[in-house]
Design a binder for this molecule. Sequence first.
Ligand SMILES: [Zn+2]
Length: 222
Amino acid sequence: MESKFVDIHTHRVKDCDDLVQIVNLDLEQPCLEQDYYSYGIHPWDLDNAEFQLEKALQTLEEKLKLPQVVALGEAGLDKMHKTSFERQIKLFERQIELSEAMQKPMILHDVRSHNEIIALRKKHKARQPWILHGFSGTEQDIKQLIGQGIYLSVGESLLHPKRKISKSFKFIDLDYLFLETDMAKIGIETIYETAANLLEMDIDVLRAQIFSNFARLFGLEK
Ligand SMILES: [Zn+2]
């Protein structure tokens, strides 16, 4: 089977034969049949005065029943955000339960909350794969997160040689690596090229590796 590029987390649909992508949508946005999608309740959604937890969880559960919705996300914790951390944890725990019940992996939003995320993964004995998106941490963070079986997805920050991720990137176990464009208006190929350079690796080999990670986690390919 041909190894396509994988964009594990994006907010923009790109039309390209050579690519599989997980498109992140808001709960009120409909998805199509082609492509793969993720829906989740972002911790920032708690800021909205009209937010209703039970209603949102119900809508989310309906979305997760669709076969093309392959992951729950973004969900997670953000210590730099104004919403009470306690409320964020409650929301996140409900989504952990849903991910386990529906057997759909989670895509995580994590801002300075590695320790809490790991503690909650243990507390809930979560079996579903978790992919921490927009990862830009240190070698130490990599060891801590992959040690708990959490996958790391790296995006646009890799294109800035002065950021710490440029140095730590090579320490990510390739079996736990994904790449993403997220909000960035660039092609995923650009991120693959930079990643292959940093790893001193042939881009086709990297492509095969990440595609096999995708196939292993999601057990599917369109
Ligand atoms: Zn995103």
